[in-house]
Write a protein that binds this ligand. Structure first.
Ligand code: GDP
Ligand code: GDP
Length: 436
């Protein structure tokens, strides 16, 4: 099921980032008195009345070297493009400014639902400040206070009323949903074209599943695949393209709907910080991952080049030690044919379920090789292990006291499980729980 997306829009300093943090429930972005301060995260999950949704802080889409009006305009455009519902945030203490009117003008033209919130209404006496905001033309303004957490419930009640009906289409279980992520120009679109141009690939339809995402369905050798969100790879405006935060946003939306994520890097330019950040999101989301080193044709090679590059990838992406690496060229199509079999393999591992008795045999053997540690004279006892979920495979180890499960021992168990069951390409999660 696709989660609805809510974007917060408004000129600098109205409190977007403060509200974002409130709604997300953690202090994850930096709030300062300086307008245009860079934020770490601009996209996060939130929940209201058991409805999960994703929230975008458009203020974090950093184009701060542009004039104010250009900034707010671009941020509003991103919101219109990405969100199902827009929270238009204004500052009650300052009244309506020219920049607010600029934002309003852009939002009128979209057909997305807009909920107007007036921030910094910190107490009841300030309610009178609200009236002028009716003139913005978005109906009743909701008074809120980010610093005091007031009015957010009423605001969210209104926001979720506007969520679109969920698609009737059930996602079918055998189909593999995958996406290609990576910074601009690593070759994602070229790779998609090469994949679709392969022999025996039959593109069945290119379906607009949502207004802003276009999925490509295809079949190869009786397996169904969907490439998610190639729309995100279409060329758009200059600012969309050049904004790192924007490409991260696109990637996050695609990752969420994928079983398998292809992390594409450019062999020609090498690995940069942004590649790691993008890959980190896929890892955090618990998706199966293949690292694709594209443009291998453009690299001058000697005997050791591939090994050296592989070492470099392993070094830079230590958190992806489980992910296989494929070297290929979208341009010459060299080794393109190895990619889909890899996607199938990691996807199968991602949804693999192992039998409890076999699992417990593996754990017993592991205990025999490397007995459980003691902390302050207390010895960890492992009683029983079971797989509780797939996508990614998740294991619960029942123990005498979870505090005694050191992460190095957990890592050891993970390695034994991987050796025994071959979970190539998928993260696995292990939780220690006390046996009741
Ligand atoms: P953004 O630029 O729109 O993301 O605004 P920020 O969230 O960075 O907030 C700008 C400033 O307004 C910060 O100093 C916040 O502490 C302050 N602020 C945010 N919400 C409120 C509020 O409800 N009341 C008051 N008095 N100040 C607030
Ligand atoms: P995207 O922004 O990640 O979708 O990247 P594109 O697919 O638009 O590719 C960016 C540029 O890299 C284009 O000029 C492509 O022709 C070039 N490119 C893509 N794949 C390869 C490759 O395998 N080898 C070489 N040499 N160039 C490539």
């Amino acid at each position: 099921m696709r989660k609805s997306v809510v974007a917060i829009v408004g000129r600098p300093n109205v409190g977007k980032s403060t509200i974002f943090n409130r709604l997300v429930g953690e202090r994850i972005s930096i709030v300062e008195d300086t307008p245009g301060v860079t934020r770490d995260r601009i996209y996060a999950e939130s929940e209201w009345l058991h409805t999960n949704f994703n929230l975008i802080d458009t203020g974090g889409i950093d184009i701060s070297d542009e004039p104010l009006i250009v900034q707010v305009r671009e941020q509003a455009e991103v919101a219109i493009e990405e969100a199902d519902v827009i929270i238009f945030l204004a500052n009650g203490r300052e009244g309506i400014t020219a920049a607010d009117e600029e934002v309003a003008k852009i939002l009128y033209k979209s057909n997305k639902p807009v909920v107007l919130a007036v921030n910094k209404i910190d107490n009841y006496e300030m309610q009178d400040l609200l009236y002028e905001f009716y003139s913005l033309g978005f109906g009743q303004p909701f008074p809120i206070s980010g610093t005091h957490g007031l009015g957010l419930g009423d605001l969210l009640d209104e926001v979720i009323k506007h969520f679109p009906e969920q698609d009737e289409i059930e996602e079918d279980d055998d189909r593999i949903y995958f996406s290609l992520i990576g910074r601009p120009n690593v070759g994602k679109s070229s790779l998609v074209n090469s994949l679709l141009g392969e022999e025996r690939v039959i593109v069945s339809n290119i379906a607009g599943t949502t207004k802003d995402a276009i999925d490509t369905n295809f079949t190869k050798d009786d397996r169904d695949f969907t490439i998610i969100d190639t729309a995100g790879m279409r060329k758009r405006g200059k600012i969309y393209e050049s904004t790192e935060k924007y490409s991260v946003l696109r990637a996050l939306k695609a990752i969420e709907r994928s079983d398998v994520v292809l992390v594409v890097i450019d062999a020609d330019t090498g690995i940069i910080e942004q590649d790691k950040k993008i890959a980190g999101y896929a890892h955090d989301a618990g998706k199966a991952i293949v690292i694709v080193v594209n443009k291998w044709d453009a690299v001058e090679k000697s005997q050791d080049t591939m090994k050296e590059f592989e070492d470099e990838v392993r070094q830079q992406f230590q958190f992806l030690s489980y992910a296989p690496i494929v070297f290929l060229s979208a341009k010459t199509k060299k080794r393109i044919h190895t990619l889909l079999p890899m996607v199938v393999e990691v996807s199968e591992n991602h949804s693999k379920r192992v039998r409890t008795n076999l699992l417990n045999e593996v754990i017993e053997d592991a205990l025999a090789i490397n007995p459980t540690p003691s902390i302050k004279g207390q010895k960890l006892k492992i009683l029983y292990t079971t797989q509780v979920a797939t996508k990614p495979p998740t294991f619960v180890v029942f123990v005498n006291d979870p505090e005694l499960m050191h992460f190095t021992y957990e890592r050891f168990l993970e390695n034994r499980i991987r050796e025994a069951f071959g979970f190539v390409g998928t993260p696995i999660k292990i939780y220690a729980r006390q046996r009741k």
